[in-house]
Design a protein around this ligand. Sequence first.
Ligand SMILES: *Cc1c(COP(=O)(O)O)cnc(C)c1O
Length: 432
Amino acid sequence: MITLEQCQLRDRQDPLASLREQFTLPAGLIYLDGNSLGPLPRSTASRVADVVSQEWGQGLIRSWNNAGWFEAPQRVGNKIARLIGAGDNEVVATDSTSVNLYKVLSAALHLARQREPGRRRIVSERSNFPTDLYIAQGLCREHGCELQLVEAEEIVGALTSDLAVLMLTHVNYRTGAMHDMAALTAAAHACGALTVWDLAHSAGAVPVDLTTAQADFAVGCGYKYLNGGPGAPAFVWVHPRHAEQFWQPLSGWWGHATPFAFTPDYTPAPGIGRYLCGTQPMIAMAALECGVDSVLVAQPLGGMAALRSKSLALTDLFIELVEQRCAGHGLTLVTPREHALRGSQVCLSRQDPARPSGDSGAYAIVRALIERGVIGDFRAGDGPRHPDILRFGFTPLYLGFADVWHAAEHLRQVLDTGEWHNPLFQQQQSVT
Ligand SMILES: *Cc1c(COP(=O)(O)O)cnc(C)c1O
């Protein structure tokens, strides 16, 4: 049996432990949902107050020139680039993940079909995050293409000569399973297709190397592991070999080569700059920059490689503790055990041993845990292949080994006492 004392000892020996002080987490709370909304860095509140009262209040319009506002999408993009294996001036922070996906998927479709017009298929994973699939469906209607949804093990078989784009999320939001980006990109290229990678659950969570993987396009989220705040700007990366091959479809004035020349004709900016559309939200951008900095602080301590080894240690520990302490309650590990296949979360499904075909109880168990101050979340399933999920994200920037021990112990108590049967926990709230 793993003891709390052993976990506390590991915390004392952890060289990343002090990084937690960067965040204003409520006392006593164990936050296992940084994969959905990262916590508030201490620096953010004063930085945002400064942007509002000084840069906006005093500087007014002069701040576009004097306070670094105009260059912010590129400046923050360059910081994110260091976390995802991209080069300088290859990433911009802007818009939402959904909107950026629309831009890059349009570009990828256009480039693939410019080479060979017969390519009219996009392949993605059935359990991909819905907005990715919805954006692809919208584009398919616009362009007369077809979206083919497959299970993870069917992806390679779906890479045939009529494929235009392979669009995948690197780490699956439901299961925490991670794809081999380099291998799948190479396989897609071998059949003449292009790749779009969604890094929503990867940027700031696992090491990513877009350049080595030879990927074509990528997007990612600012408010999850990058701690940018609710609705933070997202980011977009385009490989330099493609960046100037296409006008992205939202050809707004911020993506113009000379926006303040106010010419009637659109001339796209060189490089990734053309992937901007309209005026950027500076207050939100300032909060995002604080969030990205909270991850970059780990660079001198080993950066993403060090964060990754602690993340794997935390998720290994949680898996082991759940298996030791929660046996007999019908829980099954959904996240891959193999490190190379695992993101930074642990997902469990549940079948009630007393009522195998009844409600999984997953939602109510998550609600009971939240009531105890252990915040994870629930993702609904749609049958045996994709069951209901209890989802726990582990962020090494602010979680320790004792937190993991307490989280597993609370889960054991919720299951042993049956307190999750309380009718209060059965009612679904609007955001799960
Ligand atoms: C969180 C997430 C998104 C979010 O998209 P928004 O446009 O920010 O709402 C998109 N894709 C994936 C895979 C995600 O996990």
